[in-house]
Design a protein around this ligand. Structure first.
Ligand SMILES: [Zn+2]
Length: 273
């Protein structure tokens, strides 16, 4: 290609997923599947990324665009629906469960890191604030990364029920220290009936019904059957019911808590906080 020739821009195909992006070559029409980690080399949303056609006889250079801007758990939910259509029910259950776990983590990051950061307003320089934020983010990550589905769910429910408004990074740091260290054993071992009773006392109806659905989900049990020794093969009806329940619950919770992708929250307008 000479320097005065413009490169073609190609919109990604609908099969684009959490792991791969798909684009048709503008020259030979080959359907190219690019793995984000291996072929693209990064996991950010793709916008005007240069790629090469994977057909050895073609090798055309072109740009791809039109990637998802959703939070990762939403992309996994879409993957889960695709697996359902393809009758890959084990995969559908795995994706839906991982989506739930990513949702818990995303909620905690938004409520305990991004929103306190945006509200934070004092005399610290920007670089000091960045360093402080990164240290708190790393502490939250370290304390939650090893939690399995049920303890993570308990931690999510604790923060969602508590509804503590954190105005500064100092408040966020202290809150994370308390829930991830001082209180974590008590939070992890709480009985579900006690959590349900607490949810039923919340003043507003929408979070009450949504949080009760989180208590009642059976997706982790289904996932455990799939991944453990029995390699359980779920049926269409149980997979469909589970995937629909997870999708509805997570999309409604996202709306209730106004959750979007990380970039949005790092720049969230103060009047929305
Ligand atoms: Zn090609």
């Amino acid at each position: 290609m000479t320097s005065n020739q413009s490169r073609s821009s190609v919109r990604l195909e609908l099969e684009t997923s959490y792991e791969n992006v798909v684009a048709l070559c503008p020259k030979c029409t080959r359907r190219n599947v690019y793995n984000r980690a291996s072929d693209i080399g990064h996991l950010r949303a793709i916008d005007n990324q240069g790629v090469v056609c994977q057909d050895d006889d073609c090798g055309a250079h072109f740009d791809i665009y039109g990637d998802f801007i959703n939070a990762p758990y939403e992309i996994l939910l879409l993957d889960s629906r695709t697996f359902l259509k393809e009758k890959r029910y084990m995969q559908a259950v795995l994706s839906a469960t991982t989506a739930y776990e990513l949702f818990f983590i995303h909620f905690l990051r938004v409520q305990l890191l991004y929103r306190p950061l945006r509200r934070h307003n004092d005399s610290d320089s920007d670089s000091d604030v960045d360093e402080w934020f990164n240290a708190i983010a790393s502490s939250l990550h370290d304390e939650t990364i090893r939690l399995t589905f049920c303890p993570m769910r308990n931690l999510f429910l604790h923060v969602a029920i508590d509804q503590k408004r954190l105005e500064t990074l100092a408040m966020a740091e202290e809150y994370i220290k308390v829930i991830c260290n001082d209180k974590i054993k008590a939070i992890k071992s709480r009985r579900m009936e006690d959590i349900r009773a607490e949810i039923k006392c919340l003043p507003d109806a929408p979070p009450r019904s949504l949080l009760l659905r989180v208590c009642d989900t059976n997706i982790a049990d289904l996932r455990n059957g799939v991944v453990h020794k029995t390699a359980y093969r779920p049926s269409l009806s149980e997979t469909k019911a589970a995937v629909e329940d997870v999708s509805q619950t997570l999309f409604q919770l996202s709306e209730h808590f106004r959750l979007k992708n990380d970039d949005y929250h790092l720049n969230e307008r103060l009047e929305h906080l």
